[in-house]
Write a protein that binds this ligand. Structure first.
Ligand code: 5GP
Ligand code: MN
Length: 350
């Protein structure tokens, strides 16, 4: 038995024979395929979009990746980034590609509003929509919805499709690099509870395909600017507040803090996990003033503590049990901090 055959029994149950057949039907006849993902795309969004793109190109498909906006520079190394069309840079071209697609893959998001300025183009497109995602409580917007919130990353679901649809032989080194990036980033380097034996088995299969995992880690995690590392040091030493009794740690960075360290998109990635790494901290909150009057929230938790519920109740957000996000609009950082204090006090009492 090959590694791939061994893995078949454990692919996500969302890839039922009916769903596989539906997707095969959608891909028959050389349709125009567009692949998109959520705004502020992270490693899993870019990795799954490019990974699927490489897989489809290998079988001769007509496919393109269109994303709402750019991703952090630590993902620039990924093979295929030069071919991506970004809505924030060429909205007309991006919208016409989405409008003219026959099949539109929506990866790593569970509702059109997560696609930012591409949302309207997605909902009005004549394309048949395929959602592949692992966030809880998906909207009902896609003809084919592959939704598995128990799965650690969308990249794992794309690997599962390659296995279950008999396309694993199309897994090029470039595809493997992209998919591994999402597998490693969305699982906190394989540490979150969503990681399963199957996750590791998929990684083993990618290694069999020739993947050099150390290279991916180095390119993604060991190529940070000095100012980014110093921003993390500053945030942890000067801006961290610990709620001892409740086991909560909060960091808030305003525009002045960020400008001082020449902030560029992606520079605060991972900071919230540093808070969670502190002994006694069960919930970590990171707040960043992204524009005047707009504060972006990142939440993480240990065990059964549900930050998705907290994010959706108070911060107009969502995500997963242990990793969620949201936003506070129309508030200064001071107002946002007061709102968070209020929300946490209410949460602790409930
Ligand atoms: P991060 O903290 O890394 O930005 O996001 C953590 C998780 O929460 C991700 O799975 C992401 O998709 C989700 N998330 C982040 N921001 C938002 C948001 O504004 N709305 C919703 N619904 N989910 C979010
Ligand atoms: Mn994801």
């Amino acid at each position: 038995m090959t590694t791939e055959e061994n893995l078949l029994g454990q692919v996500s149950t969302s890839w039922s024979p009916e769903n596989l057949q539906t997707l095969d039907g959608m891909l028959a006849g050389n349709p125009i395929i567009v692949i998109t993902a959520h705004r502020s795309p992270d490693g899993d969004a870019v990795g799954s979009a490019l990974g699927l793109w490489h897989l489809l190109l290998a079988s001769g498909a007509n496919a393109e990746v269109v994303l709402p906006d750019r991703f952090a520079s630590f993902l620039d190394w990924m093979p295929g980034t030069d071919s991506i069309c970004f809505h924030e840079e060429d909205s007309r071209r991006a919208e016409s590609k989405v409008a003219e697609a026959d099949v539109l893959f929506c990866l790593d998001f569970n509702g059109p509003n997560r696609a930012g300025n591409l949302a309207a183009a997605i909902t009005s497109s004549k394309a048949r929509l395929v959602m592949i995602d692992h966030h809880r409580e998906p909207d009902d917007f896609a003809e084919l919805a592959i939704s598995d919130p128990t799965c650690g990353s969308t990249c794992e679901l794309v690997c599962d499709w390659a296995l279950a649809s008999g396309r694993w032989s199309s897994m090029s080194l470039d595809a493997a690099k992209c998919l591994y990036t999402g597998l490693v980033t969305d699982t906190g380097s394989f540490r979150f509870p969503s990681v399963s034996a199957h996750t590791h088995a998929v990684v083993a299969a990618l290694l069999h395909s020739g993947l050099n995992h150390a290279e991916v880690h180095e390119s993604t995690f060991d190529d940070q600017s000095l100012s980014r590392v110093q921003l993390h040091g500053f945030a942890l030493s000067e801006r961290l507040k610990i709620w001892d009794e409740a086991g909560i740690g909060v960091i808030a960075l305003d525009l002045e803090d960020l400008n001082r360290f020449h902030y560029v998109s992606g520079d605060t990635e991972g900071l919230v996990n540093r808070i969670l790494g502190i002994r006694g901290v069960e919930m970590a909150i990171f707040m960043r003033e992204s524009d005047p009057g707009k504060v972006k929230m990142s939440l993480r938790s240990k065990g059964n503590l549900d930050v998705q519920a907290l994010a959706s109740q108070y911060f107009d957000g969502g995500g997963h049990t242990n990793a969620a996000g949201g936003v506070l609009l129309g508030m200064s950082m001071a107002d946002a901090q007061a709102k968070v204090d209020e929300a946490l006090n209410e949460w602790i009492r409930s």
